[in-house]
Write a protein that binds this ligand. Structure first.
Ligand code: BT5
Length: 325
């Protein structure tokens, strides 16, 4: 009923009376009123004017699978979207349903209370500010190649950000997306696999969309679309665009492997052509010169020796005017 009511309100350009809603949906006026309140609780702004009826403010900043699905142009990516207002982590919700879910199923929310970064780090996911989404994939690849799926997702985010906001986004290898030297998006990929075969991959993507203020520890390293563009963005549009871009890139990846998207990835990668500091047991400095067909970063040491760096093994720091980001 709630969904039908939302659909109806979305179609209406003008006010619609409770009576007419009741007639069109075949329910009582009390039921209409109850569901209007339920939608308001979800965050929808619905005006009510005596003798006129109800009108939905189409700019309500609410993540709505309904709204996304309406204009989504994909075959499988996001064809099923599960939304919860609050979860611990969308990756964890995906894990619970991954076995029985079709490829492309997505879980999103308004707030994560236990958002996860890599290596046990925390991903801040406050209410109403970002796109916190995880997507279940079932690629027919070996577990060794899964890190390339994350690179594909990074490329999809980068394109999405450019398309939606016009901002100059770039990928910091392997898959963080940066704008103006600050982190806008992080990706956490988790998988379940046998020795030779992947059961499923969960790609968790966090994009700071409308964050106005960051906690002190992130103030100088994080940004949002809002802090950089000074306007708020429709999170439904971001999700729709992301799902479409990702399907496009993931299809190519599935058919031909990472080499099919390698040059597109390199174009967006901000490390390439710049000094990098590889942080590992045998850490070293050099110049990033590209990525190979497995998605590994190729770094040329000052001695001329070329070393490939496997994502997950090390973190990379970009040397930026003397500093590192
Ligand atoms: C990441 O880890 O960047 C992966 C983040 C993945 C988040 C998504 S949201 C949907 C899905 N559900 C989850 O639970 N996770 C995924 P890492 O590279 O380890 O970066 C973590 C570091 O980024 C932290 O230690 C902070 O320094 C910084 N950080 C935390 N929250 C941030 C935020 N909102 N924006 C920018 N930087 C942040």
């Amino acid at each position: 009923m709630k969904e039908k009511l939302l659909n109806l309100l979305m179609e209406c350009e003008d006010y619609i009376s409770g009576e007419e809603i009741g007639e069109r949906l075949g329910v009582s006026r009390a039921a209409v009123w109850k569901n209007i309140n339920a939608l308001r609780k979800d965050g929808y702004i619905i005006e009510a004017v005596t003798n006129k009826g109800y009108k939905l403010d189409k700019k309500s900043d609410v993540i709505s699978p309904l709204q996304i699905e309406k204009s989504l142009n994909t075959r499988y990516m996001g064809r099923k979207i599960i939304y919860h207002e609050t979860v611990t982590s969308t990756n964890d919700v995906c894990k619970e349903i991954a076995d029985e879910s079709p490829e492309g199923t997505a879980v999103t929310c308004d707030q994560q209370t236990g958002g996860k970064g890599r290596l046990g780090r925390v991903w801040k996911s406050p209410k109403g500010t970002g796109v916190w989404i995880s997507i279940i994939l079932k690629p027919d690849i070996s577990p060794m190649s899964v890190s390339s799926v994350t690179l594909a997702a990074g490329l999809a985010v980068c394109r999405t950000v450019k398309k939606v906001s016009g901002l100059e986004a770039g990928i910091k290898w392997p898959n963080d997306v940066y704008v103006n030297g600050r982190k806008l998006c992080g990706i956490l990929t988790e998988m379940s696999a046998q020795i030779e075969k992947v059961d499923y991959v969960i790609v968790g993507i966090g994009i700071n969309a409308n964050t106005e203020y960051f906690p002190e520890e992130l103030e100088n390293i994080a940004c949002s679309l809002y802090t950089e563009a000074c306007v708020k963005f429709d999170r439904n549009l971001i999700i729709k665009t992301l799902l479409e871009e990702f399907e496009n890139i993931y299809d190519k990846f599935n058919m031909y492997g990472f080499s099919a998207i390698r040059s597109e990835y390199e174009k967006e990668c901000i490390n390439i052509g710049r000094r990098v500091n590889v942080i590992s047991k045998d850490g070293f400095e050099g110049t990033a010169i590209g990525v190979n067909s497995d998605g590994e970063l190729i770094v040329r040491k000052d001695t001329g020796e070329e070393i490939t760096v496997f994502s997950g093994e090390v973190s990379i720091r970009n040397i930026n005017q003397g500093g590192f980001i």
